[in-house]
Design a protein around this ligand. Structure first.
Ligand SMILES: [Zn+2]
Length: 289
């Protein structure tokens, strides 16, 4: 059994960095949840998260939880800020690239960049730093900085669910390789795969809808019909609403009858004459039938 501790950076009263309508704590949680879900595709993996929702959790609480649980690996997920672009990850600065952390970092680094290669994200390198999550954890640990929240192009990618899914899959592929995780047989769809499929279907649907074009707003009158619509509504043939709506046969019947009654009233001088005109009109209409 391999125990993987996933740490979505920030949360609760600590939003982390923000920019372009995004808060770091929400994006790190989404990526972390994706990582957790994708890990269900592997055998003998146990996953725990430092937070499952928008909770406030201190840095020591996070490393304490991972240490107490006896995690085999700790993955801390963050979003960068401060002006820049691209992906980078960190191991503790006292560890070399050939340390356990360094090897897992290298595998994750390569896999993430491979999974997101179509998005043309800059590779900022595999780095090291003296961060709490890397220093105070008793197991190999890696911290990833997934693009810059305050750079518009990066933020646009962070708003794209397919991208967040790809970046999470990169993390998992790297972990699987470095930690020798074995993929489950694939006869059945995992929850993450089903979600992946659903997402692809939704994307196709959106693309189709865009090709067909937006449906016209039925509450807006076309410029070429503006004068006639206004006149016909003022004259009581229509109630003035929904000019662009399709008309049914029964609605058409009401309009015809309104016209017919007005026509008879116009021609007839008194009620007796009106009845006569109506009879003659009916005779003509029946002949036309
Ligand atoms: Zn952060």
């Amino acid at each position: 059994m391999v125990k993987i501790f996933i740490d979505p950076g920030h949360g609760g009263t600590d939003p982390g960095a923000s920019g372009n309508g995004l808060q770091e704590k929400n994006v790190t949680l989404q990526i972390s949840r994706n990582i957790r879900d994708i890990l269900t595709e592997y055998e003998d993996v146990q996953v725990r998260m430092s937070r499952e929702g928008d909770q406030t959790v201190s840095l020591s609480q996070r490393t304490n939880a991972a240490n107490a649980w006896g995690a085999d690996f700790l993955m801390s997920v963050h979003i960068n800020a401060g002006g820049g672009t691209g992906y980078e990850d960190y191991r503790h600065n006292k560890l070399s690239a050939s340390s356990a952390s360094g090897k897992i970092q290298a595998a994750i680094h390569a896999a993430v960049l491979n999974e997101i290669k179509n998005y043309k994200v800059q590779d900022r390198g595999a780095k090291s730093a003296n961060y709490h999550m890397l220093r105070e954890s008793n197991m190999p640990a890696v911290l990833s900085e997934n693009l810059f929240i305050d750079t518009a192009a990066d933020a646009n990618l962070l708003k794209n669910n397919s991208f967040l899914q790809a970046i999470a899959r990169g993390h998992v592929i790297g972990m699987a390789k470095a930690l020798n995780l074995k993929a489950k047989p694939k006869e059945e769809l995992t929850v993450a795969q089903a979600q992946d499929l659903q997402r692809q279907i939704n994307e196709l649907k959106n693309q189709l809808a865009m090709q067909v074009g937006k449906p016209a707003d039925m509450n807006k009158v076309s410029s070429w019909a503006e004068k006639d619509w206004k006149e016909a509504s003022e004259n009581g043939y229509f109630d003035g609403t929904r000019p662009g709506a399709p008309i049914t046969r029964e609605e058409t019947a009401i309009v015809i009858n309104r016209l017919r009654r007005n026509f008879i009233e116009l021609i007839g001088k008194n009620s007796a004459e009106m009845i006569k005109i109506e009879e003659r009109l009916a005779a003509i209409e029946n002949k036309a039938d």
